[in-house]
Design a protein around this ligand. Sequence first.
Ligand code: NAD
Length: 520
Amino acid sequence: MKHASDARLRAEKRAQKHCTHWIGGKPWDGEADRHGDVYDPATGQVTGQVDFASPAEVDLAVEAAKDAFRTWRRISLAKRASVMFAFRELLRDHATELAKLVSEEHGKVASDAAGEISRGLEVVEFACGIPHLLKGGYSENVSTGIDSYSIRQPVGVVAGITPFNFPAMVPMWMFPLAIACGNTFVLKPSEKDPSASLMLASLWAEAGLPDGVFNVVQGDKEAVDAILGHPDIKAVSFVGSTPIARYVYENGTKAGKRVQALGGAKNHMVVLPDADLDLAADAAVSAGFGSAGERCMAISAVVAVDPIGDDLMSRITERVARIRVGPGTDERSEMGPLITGPHRDRVASYLDSGVREGATLAVDGRLHPVIGGAVKGAGEAGGGFWLGPSVLDHVTPEMSCYTDEIFGPVLSVLRAPTYEAAVELVNTSRYGNGTAVFTNDGGAARRFVSEAEIGMVGVNVPIPVPMAYYSFGGWKASLFGDLHIYGTEGVHFYTHGKVVTSRWLDPSHGGVNLGFPVNT
Ligand code: NAD
């Protein structure tokens, strides 16, 4: 009997997908020592295995990228742009397929996955304009007979380390610009949803990107540490939680690398008494529960300024009750499951701790129906990683449901007596990713925009993710480093600036002069 069941298990394993690294223009054909499981969060079942890179595989990927850099950095801007355009076309053609892969491993609903592909595509389109973006300045005759000009040059092999929640979009915040600028790239995606990175790699190959310019190493901390310590990697872009962002920033910079590390968030939505409360309630529910709250720009704290708290709450709870929770692959679903069983349990624990610390559990997501079945927890037969939308009311600043990033479908509602008290909450938060104000008073909105100590601010817009031609990034514990990601700051991150001062000899040269060069 035992033999039969072992054989069945082995057969099942063989039928599951296998995600490996992409090195030098093709899938890696070695045998990994360590692996991780990939799940379907809607069923809780393992659907495949992902190889975990050791330092040896990271070395291979960096070696391929280093080789490719020698030629890619010299490829003309026109040619680089034409490869970007080809990649853009392929991405558009395969957007539905890519979104499906994302849904299957992440759990987010199809429309949400399609949205992440289209926001990533916008960065690719921005990168298509690289010839214009890399234009420098030129000044004639800065001193007699001398001209000056500035150029931007690629930094070399760069790496991107990305989180589970946007397996396609967040890598595309990084590599289109890095590659368009003439760098070569090593991506270390989240081990929880590794397939999107491999599809992106094969689209690059089809677009005509030379082998080794884009590589993927799958894995966990071991791969990250190998990247941080690798002498041939010159810059690292990271997006993930705050403790790991800090770790990556500290260790990467200690090893002499340029690092931008984007961390976690706690985004406040301040609702002033004059706001359109239906608009505000729609926005709070959409931004709080879209992608099951697993977005770094999700609204997790609504701050209702007196006296509208009760009125706003009733409009929010009425909307939350109508959210359709179900598998990402079912087109009726508006919200999917969470990424893993342990994460689901951690998120649910804040409902208990919130109540213990004095909050009111106005909506308990553990009781919310799921399309196609009852709410089941991780590990239960047929159970996925489900948790419906929850609302905690009368939350106060010292409660852990407020101080911690929950990263799930839990909306905390706080009451503030005045505008000043609401802004104080926003500004004393340790995070500074996004915030929004809802009001019909232009003066109040303008003041909020000026006073909020936050990187991205929305006015009657709950998720103010900047377009590709601006740059994305927070303040405080939401970003370690100096430059935001994508947009023109992305171009600066992936290039060194150089200023050239040049003189073509003419008969007026004046002999040796040991003084410091000054204008004459
Ligand atoms: P995470 O920090 O756990 O993982 C991010 C990456 O770091 C992954 O590639 C992972 O493999 C790696 N990693 C995990 N633990 C590590 C360790 N101990 N040492 C070295 N590397 C490690 O984040 P996550 O759970 O995948 O993603 C959710 C987090 O990402 C949330 O905190 C969210 O706010 C944040 N996020 C931030 C932004 C932003 O723009 N600021 C965007 C998306 C997600």
